[in-house]
Structures are given as C-alpha cells and as structure tokens.
Design a protein around this ligand. Structure first.
Ligand code: URA
Length: 210
C-alpha cells in the first residue's frame, strides 16, 4: 500500500480494536474504547509537530525546555461518528480548536451533500486533523477534505479507526498530500459499502441507534 498510509500496530490499540469489533461489545464500552484509541492514535498523528524551546525555571534551576511550536491545531470531526474520536483526542490536546463537517448521502445521486460546516479561523496556519472512524468508500472523507482545503487548510491529516482499500485508494488519488493514520486496513467493502470484516455501523454502535 501507499506510504501515505500509517497503520498503528501498537498492542494496546490492536487489543482495544478487537474488543470494538466484537458484536457483543455494548454501546458504553464501544464508546469508551473509541475514546481511548483516539487518544493513542493522536500520539502517532502528532509525532512530527514542530517544536521550539522556552526558558523555564524548575524548583532546582533554569533550563531551555521543549514546547510545541505554532498555532493551536484544528480537529475537525466528520459528523456524526467523528465525534467519537474527537473526545479522546481532546483529552490529550485540550487546547485544540474544533470544527465540524456534516455530510449526508443523496440517495439518488449517491453524492455527499453538505448540511453543516463550521471550522476554526486561520485554518491555513494550523495543522488540521480530519476525523472519521471509518474510511470506507472514501466519498465523504474526500469531500470533507476538499471543503477544508477550500476554507484555506494547507496542512491536513486524516485519522480513522478502520480503513478499506477502496477508501484509501480514493483518498490518495484525490488528496495525495494528506497522510492517513489508522488502526487497521481491512479486506474490502460489501455491496452496501460496509467494511469487511469491520465493526458494523460505527455511528449506530457508538450512539445505540439502528
Ligand atoms: N461506515 C460505518 O460506520 N461502517 C462501515 O463499515 C462503513 C462505513
């Protein structure tokens, strides 16, 4: 696969993902696991954040200490399932700015239609991390990133929990500049666009809807 894709194979992530996939895992546990994996994936996706230094005083003496450089990063949840990843990352990076992109699928054209778009200002100067647990067909992810770029974003990364080869292909073709970080690359999509073996509908499992 493309080197645009990073699969984070850390044992904690893989173990938690297996629990999430299991159909007998209940809603509250599913949501908690997604929050925890979001936090762990955030570790990977922020690995190359630019650093600078600051002079500080410890109780013992002075030192030049490392701090993250640049403006606060922007986390953008692709509604509604993106919110599950968002919660975990915000626990790790509480000062991040947050945006939301809402898209639904027109059942006739099958094209994503935007119904909500609210993002932090100055997108062009921030690292923007777009969030959606499932990169399936890639249709909504590709459109969401397109809208973010139209709003000024120049440095975008995409975080998901599970990816299908079809979605990765669509994303790398449409946005070759956007690194993708995921916990697993599954086998294929079924005829309804679900990831196989996947975990079912992430939004339904997270919010207890059907
Ligand atoms: N969205 C989901 O929630 N699950 C899939 O398998 C594919 C898209």
């Amino acid at each position: 696969m493309t080197d645009q894709l990073t699969i984070v194979k850390h044992p904690l992530i893989q173990h938690k993902l297996t629990l999430m996939r299991d159909r007998s895992t209940q809603t509250s546990v599913f949501r908690q696991l997604l929050r925890e994996i979001g936090k762990l994936l955030a570790f990977e996706i922020t690995r190359s954040l630019p650093m600078t230094t600051r002079r500080i005083e410890t109780p013992i003496g002075e030192m030049t200490a490392p701090v993250i450089d640049g403006p606060k990063l922007a986390l953008v949840s692709i509604l509604r399932a993106g919110n599950g990843l968002l919660d975990g990352i915000l626990e790790l990076i509480p000062s991040a700015r947050v945006g939301f992109v809402g898209l639904y699928r027109n059942e006739e054209t099958l094209e994503p239609v935007q119904y909500y778009f609210k993002v932090p200002d100055d997108l062009g100067s921030r690292l923007v991390i777009a969030l959606d647990p499932m990169l399936a067909t890639g249709n909504s992810a590709v459109v969401a990133v397109e809208r973010l770029k139209r709003a000024g974003a120049r440095n975008v990364r995409f975080m998901c929990l599970l990816a299908a080869p079809e979605g990765v292909g669509r994303m790398t073709e449409a946005h070759p500049d956007v690194p993708i970080v995921t916990a697993a690359l599954d086998d294929h999509l079924d005829e309804r666009g679900y990831i196989v073996p996947g975990l079912g509908d992430a939004g339904d499992r997270m919010f207890g809807t059907k």
